[in-house]
Design a protein around this ligand. Structure first.
Ligand SMILES: Cc1cc2nc3c(=O)[nH]c(=O)nc-3n(C[C@H](O)[C@H](O)[C@H](O)COP(=O)(O)OP(=O)(O)OC[C@H]3O[C@@H](n4cnc5c(N)ncnc54)[C@H](O)[C@@H]3O)c2cc1C
Length: 382
């Protein structure tokens, strides 16, 4: 028998977060989104609700066993209120789960504060010369007494400006492509680190920017996983973040569609509510259909991950299509709101700008399709 049911615990948690999103987050979303200040007060609220510890070790304050489905539900629910706040559960599954594999020092100095909502940790892979082709990264980790000396530049990094540390991917001298890349926790107050903010068209509170590393010394206990296995490690975690980001976009789209339905049933033109015109209601019906299909694609990817089954290709499907579904739905909701939809008084324009980040962040649609196409060829040869 097939089941699309969530557990009672999952449903309760989602409901709690949906109420929080609508009652607490949504009223302040536009103000928060127009500032580059990171909302630490909201982050601590998320910590108190248990969001930041989902699937992280209990001894650091987390809930224990990995739980990608609950992280996905949390992301989707929070995005109904604030697209940027909703990136917190994605950070938990993408960054927190890597910190959990680190030394006791890493777990106590960065993971436990992350779970308490006192610290964020960035993930720094992209460089000025390598984005889609991440394996072309040039940042070097030279062996040094009791550790490494790291030199390079990371660019387009979310949380760069508010993080206490970053997971930095750097290669051994002389290595090429994915071989020889390791993952290091680099404290961002270390000597030789400097940061520069980049202003995006959205996602301002996430603190997007560049991290320059000029001979930064990191000790042995800052290595995550095996030396030289960092590239495979981060790709495994992208298989989580891709469907989670799909859900983030879809949460924002669902909220926009709900607002458009309410508006369309109240706004009158030519003597009746505009919802009565199929030109309006059919648009809503179509976007509702796409959102529903895209949601289940993402949850199926997370379910495969949770049950230990292959999910790389479906994770990429969950990353290229849902952000487009969401962008189109939000744009339709704006148009259905007429001139009001374009107004900065409504959250729609802000959602559109924030969601559009995920057309590129974590890998563009073209890169996801490369992953899917490679899987198709492998499948045809099996
Ligand atoms: C809001 C935001 C947040 C981000 N946060 C982070 C972060 O926290 N950490 C981090 O490390 N990075 C982050 N990034 C960077 C992101 O991962 C890269 O921007 C992305 O991987 C694309 O790399 P690029 O910008 O260098 O584009 P490029 O790789 O230069 O690509 C440019 C264009 O060419 C296309 N293209 C490239 N190769 C191919 C190909 N083989 N076939 C077809 N088309 C191709 C791409 O799809 C794209 O449209 C973030 C980006 C954004 C926008």
């Amino acid at each position: 028998m097939i089941s699309f049911a969530f557990t009672e615990e999952q449903k309760d948690f989602r409901l709690t977060l949906e109420r929080f999103a609508h009652d607490t987050l949504l009223p302040g979303y536009r103000d928060r989104a127009s500032s580059t200040d990171f909302p630490w007060d909201v982050q601590r609220r998320l910590a108190s609700m248990g969001v930041l510890g989902i699937g992280l070790p209990e001894e650091c304050g987390g809930s224990g066993a990995e739980d990608p489905i609950l992280l996905g539900l949390a992301t989707e629910a929070l995005a109904e209120g604030d697209v940027n706040v909703a990136s917190a559960p994605v950070q938990v599954g993408l960054v927190g789960s890597q910190l959990a594999r680190g030394s006791e020092t890493v777990r106590q100095e960065y993971l436990a504060p992350l779970i308490r909502g006192e610290c964020t940790v960035a993930i720094a892979l992209t460089e000025p010369g390598s984005g889609s082709d991440a394996a072309a990264l040039r940042t070097i980790a030279e062996p040094a007494p009791n550790g490494w000396r790291i030199t390079g530049e990371k660019t387009a990094i979310s949380w760069a400006m508010n993080a206490g540390a970053a997971l930095v991917y750097a290669r051994a001298p002389g290595s090429t492509r994915s071989a020889g890349v390791s993952c290091f926790v680099v404290p961002l107050d270390a000597q030789g680190v400097s940061r520069a903010r980049t202003l995006g068209m959205g996602c301002l509170p996430l603190g997007w920017g560049s991290i320059h590393l000029d001979g930064v010394l990191v000790s042995r206990d800052m290595l995550i996983g095996e030396e030289g296995a960092g590239f495979a490690g981060v790709m495994h975690h992208f298989d989580f973040s891709r469907p989670a980001l799909g859900l983030l976009c879809l949460g924002a789209a669902k909220a926009s569609l709900d607002e458009a339905v309410t508006f369309a049933t109240e706004r009158e033109a030519f003597g009746q509510p505009i919802f009565n015109y199929q030109g309006v209601s059919f648009q809503l019906a179509e976007h509702a259909t796409y959102i529903e299909a895209a949601l289940w694609l993402c949850y199926r990817a997370l379910w495969l991950r949770a049950t230990g089954q292959p999910h790389t290709a479906i994770s990429s499907m969950s990353k290229w299509w849902p952000p487009i579904v969401a962008k189109d739905a939000i744009e339709a909701a704006m148009r259905i709101h007429g001139h009001l939809g374009y107004s900065a008084e409504l959250p729609l324009q802000q959602r559109l700008r924030d969601v559009m980040a995920y057309l590129v962040a974590d890998g563009s649609a073209e890169i996801q399709k490369r992953v899917i196409a490679a899987d198709l060829v492998r499948g045809s040869k099996r």
